[in-house]
Design a binder for this molecule. Structure first.
Ligand code: HEM
Length: 390
């Protein structure tokens, strides 16, 4: 997408796209996106709720899980503030930092199994399982249900990106029903017998909130968000990051020589090839952006991937530089909806690359792979579907 973003930039800061999202204003400059994200009342997140883009054919009983509950991602203050306080209590950076040794252990196991093969798929063997295993453990999901969890999570994402009906519809519907039946019984269990896991922490937070503030459906939606928000995005951070290093061998060498650069390198990976490429906002009153009038009711598409390559913000933006002082990339968003899972995603990526560098001196594309990377089909999210390496 980057040459396309550069051409948008040439054409000006705000462009109207006739067909995308049934017509939307597309932004490419860092400063304009920050201004939009700082003003959540004027630029509402309403359209970020998964259910708003799902086809009616999934059935009312499946869609109600998405349309009825309060949504952290799609709400504005004061509701957003109340909801965020509840989860951030259960999801503190300190709690996440305590997980580092365990994340390292899981990474090592996955890497050893992967390297036992002559040729491996970095995505299927490492980048995909790691975030699912970690979040499933945090939530308190039984290990034997992890594969179900991953399938449900993928299917919910697919259903939100679905155009029309299609042959997958019955399976997606079933996944949605199965996921929520699982969540409902897990929440019920924790109500009677709390454990040391995130679902219990959420149940406890809901019990200490005002009476009736969080319904059982709200609690399910919260748990589902934590399950889904971080899976494909973290997979793509690892996949895009590895791809960046493979295509820039000098950066690989610099990291190999100085692994303490890793936290900085992860920020640069996030900037260079953002796992989430865009956000959508709904304009609630007539306004203007960079001098362009934007009417109430319009949709605005924020191209995070373009903001991270904005030369007015980042000099030589198309160069991957693991020593770059990356401040204020927008890959985790900005303002009140800033990614709740950012500390977790950062630790996972740092640990995975540290462990890879500890074990691997050199890595190369498998034959035929370099010129033929299969990309995931999602519109707002970007990353390789598989990455075969030796
Ligand atoms: C919000 C990206 C990992 C949970 C966001 C937003 C972005 C983002 C761009 C802002 C959405 C908006 O403004 O509309 C990413 C990326 C990740 C990642 C690139 C990995 C590299 C995670 C993980 C979790 C998570 C691991 C949890 C386990 C959330 C939640 C929100 C959010 C709950 C909503 C926060 C709110 O609305 O207040 N993420 N995310 N994310 N993310 Fe992440």
């Amino acid at each position: 997408p980057y040459p396309y973003y550069a051409s948008l930039r040439e054409a000006g800061p705000v462009q109207f796209h006739e067909t995308l999202l049934r017509g939307c204003y597309v932004l490419n400059r860092h400063e304009d996106m920050v201004a939009v994200l700082k003003n959540p009342h004027l630029f509402s997140s309403k359209l970020m709720a998964a259910g708003t883009t799902m086809p009616k054919e999934l059935g009312e009983d499946a869609l109600r899980y998405f349309l009825e509950p309060k949504s952290l991602l799609a709400s504005e203050p004061p509701l957003h503030t109340q909801l965020r306080t509840l989860v951030s209590r259960a999801f503190t950076p300190r709690r996440v930092a305590e997980l580092e040794p365990h994340i390292r252990e899981i990474s090592r196991e996955l890497i050893e199994a992967m390297l036992a093969k002559e040729e491996f798929d970095l995505i299927a063997d490492l980048a995909m399982p790691l975030p699912v295993i970690v979040i499933a453990e945090m939530l308190g999901v039984e290990p034997e249900r992890r594969l179900d969890f991953k399938r449900w999570s993928d299917d919910v994402l697919l259903a939100s990106a679905m155009q029309g009906t299609g042959k997958d519809l019955p399976r997606l519907r079933q996944s949605i029903l199965d996921l929520h039946a699982y969540l409902e019984s897990a929440i019920e269990q924790r109500r009677h017998t709390p454990r040391n896991d995130l679902i219990s922490a959420l149940v406890e937070a809901s019990q200490s909130a005002e009476d009736g503030f969080l319904t059982p459906l709200d609690l399910m939606a919260f748990t589902r968000l934590l399950l889904i928000a971080g899976n494909e995005t973290t997979t793509n951070l690892i996949g895009n990051g590895m791809l960046g290093l493979l295509r820039n061998p000098s950066e690989w060498e610099r990291l190999a020589a100085n692994p303490s650069l890793m936290p900085n390198a992860v920020e640069e990976m996030l900037r260079y090839d953002s796992p989430a490429q865009a956000l959508i906002r709904l304009v609630t009153d007539d306004t203007e952006i960079a001098g362009h009038p934007i009417p109430r009711g319009a949709r605005v598409l924020l191209l995070l991937g373009a903001s991270n390559r904005d030369p007015r913000r980042f000099p030589e933006p198309d160069r991957l530089d693991v020593t770059r002082e990356v401040q204020s990339h927008l890959s985790f968003g900005h303002g009140i909806h800033f990614c709740l899972g950012a500390p977790l995603a950062r630790i996972e990526a740092k640990v995975v690359f540290e462990e890879l560098f500890r074990r691997v001196r050199r890595v190369a594309f498998a034959p035929g792979q370099e010129s033929n990377i299969p990309w995931s089909a999602a519109f707002l999210i970007r990353g390789p579907k598989s990455l075969r390496l030796t």
